[in-house]
Design a binder for this molecule. Structure first.
Ligand code: AMP
Length: 445
């Protein structure tokens, strides 16, 4: 089977790596890919993955590419092509494609759509108001206690959520979102939301239009600084572990969130196929129980959670993609290697602000541990050498565990492996967090 993967970050490297292990896959093309992806070889044939340039904001260019390459399966990695309707166009042309349609992807691409949807269908989420003018914002603000979360409606690459400590700050933030000065484009809707306190959890469900099945849970670290401090990033690391989610809570999330979304989207005429990434806040209640609330939906794999999850996934990845397309996800038996896994991001100096590019990376060949993979996020090849080409550069990912280890000890071993590998890798200004998984180590998994 010939497979095309759209994207060029760490998530796409992990998807390509998983595809390359499959005996069913005979050719992989990745657009645009990166230096690490182009070094990946198919396990069966030894054939390298072919990277081809494409701009993932250019719908016409992506369609031309698919018509030229004629893949038997296309996997869309990131949200932008979904928001442009790439899946709809490819389905219309008769291609098999993994990912939701433009209408179904609104769960991610429009916060106001997602909020209205959750409210109509009793999906637990924070109290909110959807505003179309600053006047409405002023009217709604007194109904919220501090702090207030102000959210831009559209995709904003992690920059569209501001936690405001005063009503004035909330009003000013909303004004900047409406005028376009905050994000570069003017928002039609701004969502005000009640601030929730708790632990965040990412829950991934594989959906096939009718069924939602649990894939994995992960926790990521969004802030740049240790102890979860400093500005937000695309994600500085993530981990997964057997104990992160109890079987009871997994069932609760499936029933009250993921399956409800799938059922209601189907009833609304937009069946959801693909990955539903539920960004949850696990809010502790006075009686000692936990109330899970949805902060946001994403409609694709997370980055860097995917790198950590795929290191533990034991199913053939193509079977998951096929089941999501064909409506047979309920027949899958999803198996994860027991234990834990972790991905630590090595970032460029200055990230998440301005950063240099084109710096040579050394030590990539020094990683020999079979349980560690260095996924490339922002890399390129220059004069035969691998150089930095992004804010997040590498995702050093390790897995550990078996039926006898506890998940906390497996997490500690995975962390030792990842940080050990990072010791041998360097580029000028490289920085990474040394405390990935700190909560799980403190409280136990
Ligand atoms: P979102 O894009 O909606 O997931 O928001 C990005 C981040 O902002 C989340 O991962 C949370 O850390 C934070 N956040 C969003 N909504 C809330 C909320 N209602 N209460 C507390 N934190 C929030």
């Amino acid at each position: 089977m010939k497979v095309l993967v759209i994207g060029g970050g760490g998530r796409e490297h992990a998807i390509v790596w998983a595809l390359a292990k499959s005996p069913r896959v005979s050719e992989i093309v990745c657009a645009p890919g990166n230096a690490g992806i182009s070094q990946t070889r198919l396990q069966k044939s030894g054939q390298p993955v072919r990277c081809v340039p494409v701009d993932t904001v250019d719908l016409a260019a992506m369609l031309r590419l698919v018509l030229e390459e004629r893949p038997e399966l296309t996997v869309v990695g990131s949200e932008l092509p979904l928001s442009l309707g790439l899946v709809d166009k490819l389905m219309h042309l008769g291609f098999r494609v993994f990912g939701p349609t433009q209408a179904a992807a609104q769960l991610e691409t429009s916060k106001s759509f997602a909020k209205k949807f959750m409210q109509s269908h009793n999906v637990p989420t924070a109290a909110h108001a959807i505003c179309t003018s600053l006047e409405e914002v002023r009217q709604e603000l007194p109904h919220f206690s501090l702090p207030i979360v102000v959210k831009a409606d559209g995709l904003a690459a992690g920059k569209g959520v501001v936690i405001c400590e005063t009503h004035l700050q909330a009003e000013q933030t909303a004004a900047q979102m409406f005028s376009g000065t905050l994000l570069g484009s003017a928002e039609t809707y701004v969502v005000l939301e009640q601030f929730l306190l708790g632990e965040e959890l990412s829950f991934f469900a594989l959906c096939d239009g009718k069924h939602a099945v649990a894939l994995a849970a992960a926790q990521d670290h969004k802030r740049v600084g240790e102890g979860d401090t400093g500005p937000n990033t695309g994600g500085m690391g993530a981990y997964t572990g057997d104990g992160l989610l109890s079987a009871t809570m997994e069932q609760w999330l499936l029933k009250n969130v993921a399956q409800r979304v799938v059922d209601e989207m189907a009833l609304e005429g937009s069946p959801f196929h693909g990955i539903l990434f539920c960004g949850m806040m696990m809010v502790p209640k006075n009686d000692g129980t936990t109330l899970p609330m949805v902060l946001e939906f994403n409609t694709r794999f997370g980055d860097p959670e995917t790198q950590a999850i795929f290191m533990r996934l034991q199913n053939e990845i193509v079977d998951l993609f096929d089941a999501a397309i064909d409506g047979s996800a309920n027949e899958l038996d999803i198996q994860m290697r027991p234990g834990a896994s972790v991905c630590v991001i090595a970032a460029s100096q200055g990230y998440p602000g301005k950063y240099p590019s084109g710096l040579p990376i050394s030590g990539l060949d020094s990683v020999l541990d079979p349980d560690t993979v260095v996924f490339h996020s922002g890399t390129a090849t220059s004069d035969g050498a691998i150089v930095t080409a992004g804010g997040r550069v590498l995702g050093v990912t390790s897995v550990s565990g078996n039926n006898t280890s506890t998940s906390t000890s497996a997490l500690q071993t995975a962390l030792n492996k990842a940080y050990g590998a990072l010791n041998g890798i360097s580029f000028q200004g490289m920085h990474f967090r040394r405390d990935i998984g700190w909560r799980a180590l403190r409280d136990g998994l």
